[in-house]
Design a protein around this ligand. Structure first.
Ligand SMILES: Cc1ncc(COP(=O)(O)O)c(C=O)c1O
Length: 397
């Protein structure tokens, strides 16, 4: 009973960040009043070209974008994507967010054993559990330098039917060396394991395409690459993602999707997003500046042991300082939530505990606000400790 109570008292009640509605119930605030560092969405978006296309689609006279079914085969979007990522259309799978494809891949493979790194994005194991598969964890935590050991990786690939690698991984924000992915994809092909490399955040890296197996996907017939268009283009409410894989796999997984799973507005938004000219450069510039700003500010805080992350979110290890209730991740999430700031308590990720939180990189104003609120929390903590010490001294004399 206690476990159940705890399970509903947390901000991540539905398993993810980006849920100001649940936070609103817990912290007695309107959902719109939170600054959300718990979901990793580009604050520069959505791009103006995308917004224009969406406005046109809902106001069109004659054939309104809303009053007809979307193209069930995503034809125009597939064509645009094929040009953009330079693969033929038969290699493309379009989904209602990468999340739909994570579910679709798992249902298609019908695995008995699913390989998940610890830590990793929670949907991989959630989908495995829905299929009643056994989850086999590959350690990739602090002890391993957040990268699995090569021998362990190979053994793990051969031991499962479906394996997931995050590139960059969520919540660490770290990429895997390309040589490492290549080994994984080759071993997967040898053993017939379906390997999914989740590249949902790879577009935040300026030379991301050079760090992907995508240009060589034909060499790896059991590997699927997943991309999301909801993070970089800031369209999580619209939902859009895609996969790249050998056409047989694409057909099999597509057959598992519900009809029209990608709505008409998302199809048009996706097409428009692919031809935005300055948006990517502006995003990369913002990210470089703001990540450095946040890293600098965070390093100066007593609460924080270390910070890592190469993309638009940072994994933070908190110190177990006096005055902080355990687990520190929950304590800090609570203190910031009361101040209208949402962060991700990362203790729910396999392989992590209550020392870890994850925050997104946001605008300068929001990042600066987060830092001042963290400083204020530290100051309150210091004052509280001074009080405790004085009382002790007073009691002794
Ligand atoms: C690593 C990773 N993959 C996939 C997804 C799902 O993304 P989408 O919004 O495209 O469904 C997320 C969402 O947070 C994620 O973190």
């Amino acid at each position: 009973m206690k476990g159940k109570q705890e399970a509903i008292d947390i901000v991540e009640r539905y398993g993810h960040g980006g849920d100001p509605w649940t936070a609103g119930e817990l912290f007695q605030r309107e959902a719109r009043d939170f600054i959300d560092f718990s979901a990793n969405i580009n604050p520069l978006g959505p791009p103006t070209e995308v917004l224009r296309v969406l406005q046109e689609a809902v106001t069109e006279v004659g054939v309104p974008g809303l009053a007809r079914y979307p193209d069930p085969a995503n034809r125009a979007l597939k064509k645009a994507l094929a040009e953009s990522v330079n693969v033929s259309e038969s290699f493309l799978l379009i989904g209602n967010g990468a999340a739909e494809l994570i579910d679709g891949v798992t249902r298609y493979v019908q695995p008995r054993k699913v390989g998940v790194t610890a830590p990793a994005f929670l949907e991989y194991e959630r989908c495995a559990c829905k299929e009643k598969a056994e989850v086999i964890y590959l350690p990739a935590g602090e002890k391993e330098g957040f990268l699995p050991e090569e021998a362990a990786l190979i053994e793990w690939i051969h031991a499962v039917d479906l394996a997931w690698l995050g590139h960059p991984n969520n919540p660490t924000g770290l990429l895997m060396p390309l040589s490492f992915l290549e080994i994984a994809a080759k071993e997967a092909a040898k053993s017939g394991t379906i390997l999914v490399v989740d590249e949902a955040f790879l577009d935040f890296i300026p030379d991301g395409e050079r760090r992907s197996l995508l240009p060589r996907i034909k060499e790896f017939p059991t590997t699927i690459l997943l991309r999301s268009m909801t993070k970089f283009y800031a369209l999580p409410g619209l939902r859009l993602g895609f996969g790249v894989a050998e056409p047989g796999l694409v057909e099999g997984i597509s057959a598992m999707q519900v009809p029209w799973s990608v709505n008409g507005l998302a199809q048009r938004a996706g097409e428009a997003a692919l031809v935005t000219s300055d948006f990517a450069n502006a995003t990369w510039k913002w990210l470089q500046e703001e990540r450095s700003f946040l890293l600098e500010g965070l390093k100066g805080l007593l609460l924080i042991e270390w910070v890592i992350g190469a993309v638009n979110y940072l994994l933070i290890k908190l110190k177990d300082s006096p005055g902080i209730q355990s687990p520190p991740s929950r304590w800090l999430q609570q203190r910031l939530g009361e101040r209208g700031i949402l962060i991700r308590d990362a203790s729910g990720y396999p392989g992590l505990d209550g020392s870890y939180i994850r925050i997104a990189v946001r605008s300068r104003e929001e990042n600066a606000y987060l830092l001042t609120q963290l400083q204020a929390i530290e100051e309150e903590l210091q004052k509280g400790l001074e009080g405790v010490d004085r009382c002790k001294e007073g009691g002794g004399t």
